[in-house]
Design a protein around this ligand. Structure first.
Ligand SMILES: [Zn+2]
Length: 413
């Protein structure tokens, strides 16, 4: 008997943390390895991704949406174990509600939470917390969070939560905060923390802020107060947003903070051996390629010199007469005469066009390639550690990830 219960405690986790790097296909984690490599040493150092890799997952949505998924269909698959159409928030192809991981966890007596760098009602957290026929119904989705009984909701999205809605949350016992400094004042669940109008600020523009890892640490300490355990979703949401802009410098900075957050969770798993962490991506974004233009080269050292997001560089360059100096300072290298003349034209067309031109110059110097501003359909990686981690090895579908997690939840009484 003792042997048997030991086996159960080894394979059945008390806490489960699922982490999604939005858009973080294998090209991103490969690029990140070289981005983080210490050029002073002979070998290429391993990253947290290399250390935790266990398998791969296909991500295709329900048949009617073809082979390339969006974040909503993929999050629905990861949260419910069922494939649906692109845009679906945990409803099936007939728009019927599907039970989510966090709902199953709640009914098993576990605490639940989300910590994300997008607005909290964006596709991925939405598919773990609620149901809607369209990811675009942001206000409805925010409203629906009232009925989730989630213990921790942390991220951006103030604009979707009216004062009336906030007062309904506080009436239900939620502490509502809007500043990172207020996190210390939260010592028990429940908490609704909305720290930005929409998404959190770019990591590249706030390199010391460590927003996602800070939110994740707080979520872990609050959820861990439940004696039955918890399920937490963490999303590095903005890797995908940078990918949609084909913005390699911004993407690597976002990935760096996501990797740091994984290390925070890995540390928690080491200290709480009854905790399983599973990390994956929902899809690939941008068709990123590590090397481009028929050249056998990728130069990540260029990216370390870039001191601000191209968006922020463009905004400063448009506001100043001395814009060429600003661009050179913030890029960390001096564009050539031909590139400056392209930038001059772009600058006259406004912030967006100038930011695009700056990204193209960063791509040229780093030799980074992209094939699309949308998503692509390659499989994604699966990383795991803790009790049950072996279940996720080899090839699987994204729906299998959910079904494997379900098999590890305590059985409902
Ligand atoms: Zn996307």
């Amino acid at each position: 008997m003792a042997q048997k219960s030991a086996n159960i405690s080894q394979s059945q986790p008390r806490n489960i943390i699922i982490m999604v790097g939005d858009g973080m296909g294998p090209a991103y984690t490969s690029a990140y390895r070289y981005y983080k490599n210490n050029p002073e040493t002979e070998e290429v150092e391993q990253t947290v991704f290399d250390r935790l890799l266990v398998g791969m997952a296909s991500t295709y949505p329900a048949k009617e949406s073809g082979y390339v998924t969006d974040s909503a269909a993929s999050a629905t698959a990861l949260s419910t174990g069922v494939k649906s159409y692109n845009g679906a928030i945990s409803v099936d192809v007939n728009k019927r509600k599907l039970t989510t991981l966090l709902e199953k966890a709640k009914s098993a007596g576990l605490a639940t939470g989300v910590a994300v760098s997008s607005q909290v009602n964006h596709a991925t957290p939405a598919a773990f917390l609620s149901h809607n026929e369209s990811r675009k119904n942001y206000v409805e989705i925010a409203q629906s969070y009232l009925n989730t009984d989630a213990d921790v909701i942390l991220g951006g999205g103030q604009r979707y939560f009216s004062p009336e809605l906030i007062s309904q949350f506080t009436a239900k016992g939620y502490q509502h905060i809007t500043e990172f400094e207020q996190l210390d004042s939260v010592t028990t669940p429940k908490v609704l923390g909305l720290f930005a109008d929409v998404q959190l600020p770019w990591v590249i523009d706030n390199p010391d802020a460590k927003h996602l890892s800070t939110l994740t640490k707080k979520a872990l300490s609050l959820l861990n107060q439940n004696p039955n355990g918890f399920v937490l979703l963490v999303e590095g949401s903005l890797i995908d947003w940078a990918g949609h802009s084909n913005d390699i410098a911004t993407a690597m900075a976002e990935l760096d903070e996501f990797a740091h957050t994984i290390e925070v969770v890995e540390q928690f798993v080491r200290q709480h051996k009854d905790t399983l962490m599973v990390v994956t991506a929902d899809h690939n974004t941008g068709g990123l390629s590590v090397g481009a233009n028929d050249e056998y080269a990728w130069n990540p050292e260029v990216l370390h010199r870039v001191k601000a997001s191209p968006e922020a560089i463009a905004a400063q360059a448009i506001a100043s007469e001395e814009w060429q100096k600003i661009v050179t300072d913030l890029l960390g290298f001096e564009p050539n005469i031909q590139q400056f003349s392209q930038l001059t034209n772009a600058r006259m067309q406004g912030n967006k066009t100038l930011a695009i031109a700056l990204r193209k110059i960063i791509d040229t110097y780093s030799n980074t390639g992209w094939t699309t501003l949308g998503h692509t359909g390659e499989d994604v990686q699966v990383f795991a550690t803790g009790p049950g981690a072996k279940l996720f090895s080899g090839h699987q579908d994204n729906t299998d990830i959910a079904n494997k997690i379900f098999s590890l939840l305590p059985k409902n009484q």
